[in-house]
Design a protein around this ligand. Structure first.
Ligand SMILES: [Mg+2]
Length: 87
């Protein structure tokens, strides 16, 4: 995957997250819990993928992992945006 494509995925998830959750908590602790939830979802998808045969070419699992990674990136962007509002 190219760097541009990776950023495209993150941007897409960022705007979907802003639509679904227009407000973002200002407290670092709450933001961190959202980030960790997303990282946990990445781990779950990696585990799902790891349970497949080594030569598996499961595009659905690959897309789920990409989505979770992009959602994690989107949370980080929202945290960065919120730096001046956060406590
Ligand atoms: Mg997720």
């Amino acid at each position: 995957m190219t760097t541009q494509k990776a950023f495209d995925y993150i941007i897409q998830e960022y705007f979907e997250a802003k639509k679904k959750h227009p407000t973002f908590p200002h407290r670092f602790g709450r933001q961190l819990s959202i980030l960790i939830e997303e990282v946990g979802e990445v781990a779950k998808e990696i585990n799902e993928w790891s349970n497949q045969p080594w030569d598996s070419d499961d595009k659905e699992l690959e897309q789920k992992l990409i989505t979770e990674l992009a959602q994690t990136g989107a949370v980080i962007v929202r945290m960065l945006e919120d730096m001046n509002k956060c406590c």
